[in-house]
Design a protein around this ligand. Sequence first.
Ligand code: C2E
Ligand code: MG
Ligand code: MG
Length: 275
Amino acid sequence: AFQLFNKEMSNHALEQMLLENSLRHAIERKEFELYYQPQFSTQDGAICGSEALIRWRHPTRGLVAPGMFITLAEQTGLIVPLGAWVLREACRQGKAWLDRGYQFGRIAVNLSPRQFSSDDLLATIDNALDQSGLPSAMLELEITEGAIMQNPQDAVMLLKRMRELGVTISVDDFGTGYSSLASLKQYPLDTLKIDRSFVKGIPADADDVAITEAIIAIAHKLHLKVVAEGVESQEQHDFLRAAGCDMVQGYLHSQPLSASDIEQCWYLGGAQAET
Ligand code: C2E
Ligand code: MG
Ligand code: MG
């Protein structure tokens, strides 16, 4: 790849270029960490898994959230090596927890649209599982509607082959993209994740309530599980449980935690999750 720069370009472009450079170096220097946010069953409060969320441990800026660099990584293609590292690290960590006897359910890893369309995705997933020894059933892959709809025909085949590896598949930020309900049924999916923007308005906003209930109904008719993202209040939690949502994830229960901090949750099991 190459880039052109002239003095008319805005500070923003310069910022982006500097960021891209430091992102490249950060990958070489392995400056990334995974945080984990637990997911809880609404039935019994037990922990059923966690989502791995990348953080950049920047030498001067401190801990940088993915919102600051994932889009650029996606645009520049750096997401492919970075995403491969995330997969390897999540599988390595999962196996280490397994070996220590922790009950942590599944680990969910986010796949970006670019990763989803990259040729070596299946080999990358397979290698990460193989090298770590993590049972494939303990790995969940999160993809967005957008990534599927970029190339709906190829997506069916790819998702089937991912499923053959034994991993489970969830659709992230569900409801914000553009996926046709007709195609939804032909994809081998396991879980829909209701986007935070809908959860935010419940129970006060009638539209958000309607959308959330509709997503839960569609998911269950298609034999899929439902996770609600961004659950911040007890009211939201109570509504979602009553509406039949299977799992919740959000600040009400836990922020994303470092690997060593989340081990406290594994140790406690579901006990602390009763809300
Ligand atoms: P996402 O996959 O939808 O992840 C959920 C985001 O919501 C996380 O932000 C999480 O910290 C935040 N969150 C969780 N509970 C709450 C809550 O109750 N309230 C609010 N306001 N936010 C909550 P985070 O960690 O900043 O990640 C942002 C996005 O960056 C992720 O959205 C995902 O799209 C992307 N991302 C993170 N890690 C990776 C990665 O390893 N690979 C790829 N491709 N994308 C990643
Ligand atoms: Mg996600
Ligand atoms: Mg999401």
